[in-house]
Design a protein around this ligand. Structure first.
Ligand code: CAA
Ligand code: NAI
Length: 691
């Protein structure tokens, strides 16, 4: 065995040289890895071996460029040098893939002459999710192997294709049994030598580009079909342009030139910087200072859900999807039946639904009207009506029924969890698991740590969140927790703006253009204006009251703030406009023209300010956690990083100055957070905050 460098070895198995990489955690293409590959291949080529296998140790093949190196000066061998060394090898090079071959990792594998993989391997070009494009020839090679349409789809979604699909599209040449990657790759290498298989250079294969030549509509149609999904993002468009260049350029190298130029543009731009920041923010959120990774966790083999309404049903689906049995308890049989029916129809309507899978998942759900059915559950989550007296009653019963060590969780969206926990004899087992609606779809899970919540209960909840595919953020007990508390700021300003002369569609348009999927008024129409509205008590005291009294209760009634046509397309409503103008007249004020800039600043700056208060109070661990909450739970555009990151991009001083100006003009809704003042006084950034 030759040690090439600290992360690379070269060994020989008969006449096959094996270059092995071992750079935990994910064999990312750091300078060290590139050096090792370059030198390893150089020596393998110079050796008497007849073929070369590239294989990785640890959990995965190369998962991409080392993102931590981005933006800094490049050291070591360049990636194109490594790729050229492999591609121009006079001996067949075989990439042996397990785990994931992503981004630069797949681009390296595409410079091997052949690729073998185990069935569990996944391959993809996920750069788009970092606001980038594959910058090492991937945009030119993938369409040459998989065809233009498949390449467009994979590059703009960043999807990881499973090995079987990769085989079908020619991205992988052979699948070898799980656990036998090395043997399989070496056998493939021997076969290549014995059969004199050609040294395939993907760059030379133009056949799959032909069908798109002279057909610009292929690209235009793709753009049109995905316009909604790509809105606001630069990277998808740049990925498309690179594939266009692959088709239209006179040579591979010319296409590569386009790729390089567009890659650099994205890399230096603000969107990718935000998306790279966000990549690490999401991973950082898993780290809890006083709950280290080795904190023991409790086994969760059976889950109980109380309440089969909007949230309970969706929450139950998450566990059934992960193969965990669920007991659902309701008050009355008809509510239970309704809940289970909704779950079934959600499964049946979901994309790619398979009847067998629906039955399997439904088979994991058991309904009951008796809370005693929770006796053997390891975790119970209550999702009953949002009333403290009911929650207290429920937790008194759970305390009596559940076995020792069971985790007792509440899905409350605003109630004080310390108070809820206080009715039990085991407040250390009580935690908030705040799911977002629809709970089977939304990625975010706010895990709410109460005063006495035990560390292993937190560790178990964080682990479980991963298991059910959620992105968890640990927050503290505070009204609305992190997400809704910040939302409250935006909602208040949106309502006030309307009473000052902006129309709901003005506010919505500005926030939509900022990058949110929809504005607050369109959102209210979608959710239903009558949530929490009580007909008998309604006295026309607010715009919402009047709308509901007129049966304009949102999309479901064909009208709310907006008017809707039969396809649910929204139109500004003269009825709403009149109601608003009447309210303004009654208030004795004159409506004024409000600029888009003011709408944006009024809605967004108080959110940043509230984030600073939350940090100061210790209700979020770090600024980036707040950003993860807002990107995943509320549709904050990831290319703007999140409210706290955005605050830093604007400059904390600018946010503070604006808050002071608004405070002077409009009062203490805009009172600057002490932490914001302190950050500016010390010349720091919000992201510098550390507890
Ligand atoms: N660079 C640097 N660090 C990386 C990394 C990368 N490409 N990918 C993962 N890591 C780090 C993570 O930050 C994490 O570190 P900590 O443990 O310190 O938090 C660790 O590796 C493990 O990552 P995950 O927690 O995400 O582990 P996982 O098993 O859940 O997922 C993965 C593994 C699927 C590879 C996932 O990490 C991932 O998607 N990584 C990014 C892949 C990617 O985007 N590659 C393209 C890079 S850009 C590129 O390649 C440009 C080009 O064309 C040259
Ligand atoms: P819902 O009204 O749709 O469902 C509540 C269900 O609980 C009803 O089916 C009711 O019959 C049942 N229930 C009430 N008391 C019960 C009891 N003692 N035992 C058994 N079942 C009982 O309400 P929804 O929207 O699902 O909300 C539930 C909880 O989730 C609330 O605390 C709410 O604040 C919270 N939440 C709601 C979100 C939403 O968007 N709807 C988002 C996040 C949290």
């Amino acid at each position: 065995m030759t040690e090439i460098n600290s992360v690379t070895t070269l060994t020989q198995d008969g006449d096959v040289a094996i270059v092995t990489l071992n750079s935990p955690p994910v064999n990312a293409l750091s300078a060290n890895v590139r050096d090792g590959l370059y030198e390893g291949f150089k020596q393998a080529i110079a050796s008497d071996a007849k073929a070369i296998v590239l294989i990785c140790e640890g959990r995965t093949f190369i998962a991409g460029a080392d993102i931590t190196e981005f933006g800094g000066a490049m050291k070591g061998a360049s990636l194109p040098d490594v790729q050229a060394m492999m591609e121009n090898s006079p001996k067949p090079v075989i990439a042996a893939i397990h785990g994931t071959a992503l981004g630069g990792g797949l681009e390296v594998a595409l410079c091997a002459h052949y690729r073998v993989a185990v069935p569990s391997a996944r391959l993809g070009l996920p750069e788009v999710n970092l606001g980038l494009l594959p910058g090492a020839g991937g945009t030119q090679r993938l369409p040459r192997i998989a065809g233009v349409e498949k390449a467009l789809e994979m590059m703009t979604s960043g999807r990881h294709a499973p090995a079987k699909e990769a085989l079908e599209m020619g991205l992988v040449d052979e699948i070898v049994p799980e656990g036998q990657l090395k043997e399989g790759a070496v056998a493939f290498a021997r076969k290549a030598v014995a059969e004199g298989k050609p040294l395939v250079k993907v760059r030379e294969n133009n056949a799959k580009l032909e069908p798109a030549k002279g057909h610009p509509e292929v690209f235009d149609n793709f753009r049109k079909a995905n316009a909604r999904k790509f809105r606001g993002f630069l990277a998808p468009e740049y990925n498309i342009r690179c594939v266009e260049a692959a088709v239209n350029s006179a040579s591979f190298d010319e296409g590569l030139g386009v790729e390089r130029k567009l890659f650099m543009e994205l890399m230096m731009g603000p969107q990718s910087a935000a998306q790279r920041y966000y990549f690490f923010a999401e991973r950082q959120a898993n780290k809890i200072p006083d709950v280290p990774d080795d904190t023991p966790t409790r086994p969760i083999n059976k889950v109980g859900i109380l309440g089969a309404g909007t949230m309970g049903g969706g929450i139950a689906m998450n566990f059934a999807n992960a193969g965990i049995p669920v007991t659902i308890v309701e008050l009355k049989q008809d509510a239970l039946d309704r809940g289970l029916k909704t779950i079934r129809s959600n499964y049946e309507r979901s994309r790619g639904a398979v009847a067998e899978q629906t039955e399997k998942r439904m088979g994991l759900l058991t309904g009951s009207l008796d809370m005693d059915a929770f006796a053997d559950c390891d975790l119970v989550i209550e999702a009953v009506f949002e009333r403290m007296d009911i929650k207290k009653d429920v937790f008194t019963n759970l305390d009596r029924i559940c076995k020792p060590g069971a985790i007792l969780a509440t899905n409350t969206s605003a109630l004080n969890i310390d108070e809820i926990a206080s009715v039990t004899k085991r407040p250390e087992d009580v935690i908030g698991l705040h799911f977002f609606s629809p709970a089977n779809v939304m990625k975010l899970l706010e895990i709410v740590r109460a005063d006495k919540t035990a560390r292993d209960v937190i560790a178990t909840s964080m682990k479980l969140a991963k298991q059910i595919g959620k992105i968890a953020v640990l927050v503290g007990v505070t009204p609305g927790f992190v997400g809704n508390r910040i939302l409250g700021q935006r909602q208040r300003e949106a309502q006030k703006l309307v009473m000052e002369g902006a129309m709901p569609w003005d506010v919505d348009r500005v926030l939509y253009d900022f990058g949110f999927p929809m504005g607050p008024f369109a959102m209210s129409d979608l959710a239903g204006l009558d949530i929490g509205w009580v007909k008998e008590k309604s006295k026309g005291e607010s715009i919402r009251d009047v709308l509901c009294e007129m049966d304009r209760r949102g999309q479901k009634t064909g009208a709310g703030y907006y008017d809707y046509d039969e396809n649910r397309n929204a139109k500004p409503s003269p009825v709403t406009e009149k109601i608003i103008n009447d309210f303004i007249a009654k208030s004795g004020r004159n409506p004024r023209k409000i600029s888009d800039e003011e709408i944006l600043e009024r809605c967004i700056y108080p959110m940043i300010n509230e984030g600073a208060k939350i940090l100061d109070e210790g209700k979020a661990i770090r600024p980036s956690d707040i950003d993860v909450v807002w990107v995943n739970g509320y549709g904050w555009p990831v290319y703007r990083g999140g409210p706290m990151y955005y605050g830093d991009q604007l400059g904390a001083d600018k946010v503070l100055a604006k808050m002071k100006e608004f405070q002077g003009a409009m009062g203490d809704d805009f009172k600057p957070a002490a932490l914001l003042e302190k950050t500016v006084a010390e010349g720091k950034k919000l992201s510098d905050f550390k507890r």
